[in-house]
Ligand binder design. Structure first.
Ligand SMILES: Cc1cc2nc3c(=O)[nH]c(=O)nc-3n(C[C@H](O)[C@H](O)[C@H](O)COP(=O)(O)OP(=O)(O)OC[C@H]3O[C@@H](n4cnc5c(N)ncnc54)[C@H](O)[C@@H]3O)c2cc1C
Length: 468
């Protein structure tokens, strides 16, 4: 039994936890990080990196196929999976552990649980009885435990894939049924269709329902072009895995149709990893999302020692936003430890979240949708433009299909939201993020001249359509 004291204890060594600890150390504090699986978290091994490694070849092949005069681009699944393995380092975290060492962050492996204010116990399963370590924090404990995939009751017991199996599979199944039309469902449908699976995507509503409807419609068209059987407005009523004969899953849908597949992927959402975190020992509810203020302090915890950053606070389930929150959080802890109140910020995670969906076509968005802007009481005007009409887009792909939508705050003449759909738009969204976060007046933005002939000329067309 060991007992150790640090300024800051971080539970969870995903991208968020690593950066909270790093920022606290840079602020002059000591920090320990507790990790029960792999240092690097979901993002490195079962989410962003492996999924994008599977998707990039799909978009290269689709883009090549869209150019007259280019022939022969094809995907070699075995090589794609091998390349994916190089990004996940064969699910070994030595490189990330080395990074922690270099950043002077201590690591304790095992499952961390709160055991009262400023105290965390860590249980390490090994040979013999589990070893228990108690850690004490002089300043703060930061929870960065992320989320796990939700499996709906109808799929439980069928050994469904979750995002973990979908991103770490060694080969593509012959037939893959995907339940859920959000980002994970759409991206994995695009990846596995390109890898050779016969994919059926079942969505209760449309696709990508949190974005303006044209995004989901264009992605559905792209998936259908890639051979995916997209079934919208329907749900799984009953599901079974065959108990005899070839291993297969049958789904019966609410529209009366059915799907047979070798594997079924549950992509219906995420739950916070807080069920077994000892939240009840500090007056909070086990299994709940952790609501935070703009310095990432948990609002329902007394005395201001508990912070929560990244997926677990439910503000924006994205790595870049988790890392941003981590910087805010680590700085706030260091400032308060030095007797200073952290500068009050507008936390970008509440209304300025950029996101890219790496389907074919891509979707890239930042800020508010027209509905979200209206709900926030903003007097808006929505401007749309077909990206395919821009010279750069027609050079980029024959028959380029894509659309841009700008949401303008009419009273201040600034952009509060932008959605782009089309090949190659992912790399364009940061310009929108700068315009939205910088609240650049439209009349000033008019002088930011896009290069000819790039797809970015859509900016000029949008401003002209607005009337400038
Ligand atoms: C398939 C998929 C693709 C995605 N693609 C993208 C993308 O392209 N871009 C993007 O921005 N986001 C993407 N995301 C989202 C992204 O993965 C998450 O937003 C990100 O991983 C959150 O980081 P985090 O550090 O908050 O949590 P996590 O990465 O989940 O890390 C949490 C860590 O805490 C550890 N932990 C949990 N509980 C305990 C405990 N009690 N004790 C000790 N350790 C514990 C876990 O083992 C884990 O290592 C994707 C998600 C999925 C599922």
């Amino acid at each position: 039994m060991a007992d150790d004291t640090y300024d800051v204890i971080v539970i969870g060594a995903g991208p968020t936890g690593e950066n909270v600890a790093d920022r606290a150390v840079r602020g002059g504090l000591t920090a320990v990080i507790v990790e029960s699986e792999l240092v690097g978290g979901e993002c490195s091994y079962w989410a962003c990196m492996p999924s994008k490694a599977l998707l990039r070849p799909a978009s290269v092949v689709a883009e090549a196929a869209a150019l007259r005069g280019v022939t022969g681009a094809r995907l070699e699944p075995a090589e794609v999976f091998k390349r994916r393995d190089s990004f996940t380092h064969d699910w070994q975290d030595d490189g990330q552990v080395q990074w922690l060492d270099g950043a002077k962050i201590s690591l304790v492996r095992g499952h961390g649980r709160l055991a009262g204010p400023r105290t965390v116990t860590v249980e390490r399963a090994g040979q013999g009885a589990p070893e228990r370590v108690t850690l004490n924090a002089r300043q703060a404990v930061a929870v960065a435990t992320g989320t796990s995939a939700v499996v709906p009751p109808v799929l439980a017991g069928l050994r469904p894939w979750t995002s973990r199996e979908a991103t770490s599979a060694a080969a593509a199944p012959g037939r893959l049924a995907i339940v859920g039309g959000g980002v994970v469902g759409c991206e994995m449908a695009a990846a596995y269709a390109a890898l050779g699976s016969q994919v059926t995507l079942v969505a209760r509503g449309g696709l990508l329902d949190r974005l303006p409807p044209f995004a989901g419609e264009l992605v559905a068209a792209g998936l259908r072009d890639a051979g995916v059987d997209v079934r919208l407005g329907t749900d799984v009523k009953r599901a079974a895995r065959a108990s005899a004969g070839p291993d297969r899953v049958t789904l019966e849908l609410s529209d009366g149709s059915s799907v047979e597949a070798d594997e079924v992927l549950s992509a219906v959402g995420r739950a916070p990893r807080t069920a077994d975190l000892g939240l009840d020992t500090v007056g909070l509810t086990n299994g709940s999302w952790l609501e935070v203020d703009d310095t990432l302090r948990v609002t329902a915890a007394d005395d201001g020692w508990l912070y929560a950053a990244g997926d677990v606070n439910h503000l924006a389930l994205l790595t870049h936003m988790g890392k941003y929150q981590a910087r805010v959080c680590g700085d706030a802890i260091a400032a308060r430890a030095g007797g200073r109140e952290p500068a009050v910020r507008d936390l970008a995670s509440r209304s300025w979240v950029p996101q890219v969906v790496f389907t074919v076509p891509e979707v890239a968005a930042v800020g508010r949708t027209p509905q979200q802007a209206a709900a926030a009481g903003i007097r808006t005007r929505v401007v749309e433009y077909e990206i395919g009409n821009v010279a750069g887009a027609s050079l980029y792909a024959d028959g380029y299909a894509g659309r841009a939508q700008l949401v303008v705050d009419e009273d201040r003449e600034v952009i509060v939201g932008l959605t782009l759909v089309g090949p190659g738009v992912g790399e364009m969204i940061h310009a929108g993020t700068i315009a939205v976060v910088g609240e650049v007046p439209l009349r000033r933005l008019w002088h930011a001249v896009p290069s000819y002939p790039t797809i970015s000329e859509v900016w000029l067309r949008l401003l002209e359509t607005y009337g400038l």
